[in-house]
Design a protein around this ligand. Structure first.
Ligand SMILES: [Fe+2]
Length: 263
């Protein structure tokens, strides 16, 4: 099964890039299922039900999240109940939404998707992603051998450690959140595809999506200056994984990084 994962979609430029390029990329690469991290799709911070609908129209089939999953601009969290939307599993019980799902393709094939959040450098008090993540993977494996994990985290060490922990059980563990694509894609010894960070689908000429001026000022002045989203030099950033349908093990991992001229 060929899986295309799109790294953090950032605001309007990220959405426009997908509107223009996603369907042709899916065709060219013979993608079976497209998963995307959408936690920054609304103005660079958060997501809405309306944006989820747009992403589905562009070709995204499952939408994952992160620390901004609960920033819902229109205050309507009902879209989180949709079977194709997940947010980090290890938030405390009582929050909206769910942390894992099984998506069924038109031909009946299934893929399990788990969304986790790391704990290093985050202020949130979260359950252990290692324990809750493995429990979720084992549960989904009862329905399908193919399991995709979006591990939303700041620290590469935490993402790498989890990938080795899940090696042989998950088909892929792909990091998100930093908005900077790493070049460490590989297949681990027992068959799990891994990349520390899939990068950002959004404005390349930016400080992780925001106009550099405000970010530089915050560093210089040490005051809370409001950041403004950039819209310069949009890119599509992500990764393609091919997983063996019988064993669930990865047989290929390739990064995707394309500069797009919007028309
Ligand atoms: Fe994030």
């Amino acid at each position: 099964m060929k899986i295309l994962f799109i790294g953090d979609i950032f605001g309007n430029p990220g959405r426009r890039v997908l509107a223009q390029r996603l369907s042709s990329l899916i065709d060219e690469q013979h993608v079976d299922v497209c998963i995307a991290n959408g936690e920054n799709a609304a103005g660079g911070r958060g997501i809405t039900g309306n944006i989820c609908k747009k992403l589905r129209k562009y070709g995204v089939q499952v939408i994952t999240g992160g620390n901004h999953s609960f920033n819902i601009a229109d205050n309507d969290p009902s879209f989180m109940d949709h079977p194709t939307v997940v947010r980090p599993l290890n938030y405390p019980p009582g929050n909206f939404g769910k942390g894992s799902t099984v998506y069924t393709l038109e031909d009946g094939r299934k893929i399990g998707v788990v969304n986790l959040m790391g704990r290093t450098f985050f202020p949130e008090t979260l359950d252990c992603p290692f324990r809750s993540g493995m429990e979720a993977i084992r549960e989904l494996k009862k329905q399908t051998p193919i399991i995709f994990v979006d591990f939303h985290a700041e620290a590469t060490s935490e993402k790498i450690a989890f990938a080795f922990h899940a090696d042989g059980l998950a088909s892929a563990v792909i990091g998100t959140h930093t908005h900077v694509q790493t070049a460490d894609e590989r297949i681990l010894p027992k068959g799990t595809a891994f990349l520390s960070d899939a990068g950002m689908t959004g404005p390349e000429n930016s400080c992780i999506g925001m106009k550099p001026g405000g970010v530089i000022s915050r560093y210089l002045l040490q005051t809370h200056i409001r950041f403004e989203p950039s819209d310069e030099s949009p890119v599509i950033s992500g990764v393609i994984i091919d997983a063996d349908e019988a064993t669930g093990k990865a047989i290929l991992i390739n990064r995707v990084y394309e500069r797009i001229t919007l028309i």
